[in-house]
Write a protein that binds this ligand. Structure first.
Ligand code: COA
Length: 260
């Protein structure tokens, strides 16, 4: 697959998707969102891919937001469509993928950039990263899930303040808030993300998918997280991975999960 604004590379079970518009600080225009959708969809359906890492190219930005030049003249209807389409194509799509997604935040993650990082299942950041939802400084609000995911991750009061002030926080503060799980140097960022990805890749991919579904269910209005957990737990008993995992444990050997 040939992309214009992103790169996608798979190695040893890990697909790294890199947003590659460094001259625009990797801002998400509609072409980039479509390409990201395709790349995430392909990685998720690729049996070789156990974990997806999403990052930005260059050492300045992860993603500096949605591309402001594309929506400056939009009407009310077009604005609502932009948010709805973006959420369906990319942000909700990533959050609900069955393959784990780690965001490696290597610089500015602003607006849609932070929203993309928050849609990932968890985040690691470089010590140079700066994060924020500056939309109200442009006269708009976060539209790619930011008003929902930021309070889920950092709490309502901190989210209210961050969104109202349009402030940027550094990686240390983001770690303190629980927005990112680890902070390291820029040089070490992808090494760290890959190290965590490798640990994940050793486990049962079907069980991980079930865990993602159960965790996500608790954050949705129309589902009960505990009920989802019971259902996903039960499903595990019908998988080859469960048979292999338990037999390997009882046989005192390392499991080799078939992934179904
Ligand atoms: N949309 C479109 N273009 C963007 C962009 C965005 N969200 N963020 C950066 N760019 C472009 C700039 O317009 C500039 O393009 P140009 O060289 O053709 O003029 C290029 O990326 C470099 O950005 P620049 O602003 O010159 O870099 P800087 O180091 O001075 O500032 C930021 C960096 C991140 C502080 C600044 O780019 C910024 O505030 N970006 C917008 C952030 C934002 O509000 N995002 C939320 C959008 S809803």
């Amino acid at each position: 697959m040939r992309y214009i604004n992103i790169l996608s590379q798979t190695q040893s079970g890990i697909t790294t998707i890199t947003i590659n518009r460094p001259s625009k600080l990797n801002a998400l225009n509609s072409q980039t969102i479509k390409e990201l959708h395709t790349a995430f969809e392909m990685a998720d359906s690729d049996k070789q891919t156990k974990v997806i890492i999403v990052t930005g190219s260059g050492n300045k930005a992860f993603v500096a937001g949605a591309d402001i030049s594309e929506f400056a003249d939009f009407s009310v209807t077009e604005g609502a469509q932009l948010a709805a389409q973006g959420q369906a194509l990319l942000f909700d799509f990533v959050a609900n993928l069955q393959t784990p997604v780690i965001a490696a935040v290597n610089g500015f993650a602003l607006g849609g950039g932070l929203e993309l990082a928050m849609a990932a299942h968890f985040r690691v950041a470089s010590d140079t990263a700066k994060m924020g939802l500056p939309e109200v400084s442009l006269g708009v609000i976060p539209g790619y899930g930011g008003t929902q995911r930021l309070p889920q991750l950092v709490g309502k009061g901190r989210a209210m303040e961050l969104i109202m002030t349009a402030a940027m926080i550094d990686a240390t503060k983001a770690y303190e808030y629980g927005l990112v799980n680890h902070v390291t140097t820029q040089e070490e960022l992808l090494t760290l993300a890959n190290k965590i990805a490798n640990k994940i890749a050793r486990n049962s991919s079907v069980a991980i998918a079930g865990a993602i579904n159960a965790i996500n269910a608790g954050f949705k209005d129309d589902t009960n997280g505990f009920d989802a957990e019971i259902s996903e737990f039960g499903k595990c008993f019908g998988t080859a991975d469960f048979k292999e995992g338990t037999q390997a444990f009882l046989g005192k050997r390392k499991p080799v999960f078939p992934g179904h």
